[in-house]
Design a protein around this ligand. Structure first.
Ligand code: FE2
Length: 160
């Protein structure tokens, strides 16, 4: 699986600014958050990496866009086989993670929970401090993790 090539391909159809709120620096931090959490949660790291790129990649705006998770999942369906291979079970987790990532759920397979937490830990970029009771996994709820993610999510604020 070549994440760089997958990311470039996905970006071709990204409708918003690449450096916007839901753009590639968010995808990069979600990936980093997820891989960190996966060390403790045992999440499938390929699912986590693909989630980071697919979950917001078919947004049509930076605000309320209820269908975007499902559209990102659909793109993953279209690219599977040609751009990456994945067994059915982890792929179902990827689809679930993308489709439901804005539903506010906390109960799911640990791989799905890890994806959602990776995304929620980056809320500081829009001025929202991640809340432990809205996170799913033990390592994400750790105050040190929230602090670490919050600092990274707000990097560069002084430049805007
Ligand atoms: Fe996101």
């Amino acid at each position: 699986m070549n994440m760089e090539q997958i990311t470039l391909e996905v970006l071709k159809g990204y409708a918003l600014h690449h450096d916007g709120t839901h753009g590639i620096s968010h995808w990069r931090r979600v990936r980093e958050n997820g891989l960190f959490l996966a060390e403790s949660t045992g999440a499938d790291t390929e699912v986590v990496e693909l989630f980071s790129v697919f979950h917001d990649c078919r947004r049509r705006n930076e605000g309320r866009d209820p269908g975007h998770g499902a559209r990102g999942a659909q793109l993953a369906v279209e690219m599977r086989g040609e751009w990456f291979q994945m067994d059915d079970e982890p792929f179902e987790h990827l689809l679930m993670a993308c489709r439901a990532h804005t539903a506010g759920l906390t109960e799911a397979h640990p791989t799905v929970q890890t994806c959602w937490d990776a995304d929620r830990l980056d809320l500081g970029r829009v001025g929202v401090i991640p809340r432990a009771d809205r996170l799913c996994t033990r390592p994400a709820k750790d105050p040190d993790t929230i602090k670490w993610a919050l600092a990274r999510s707000q990097e560069g604020w002084d430049r805007h």
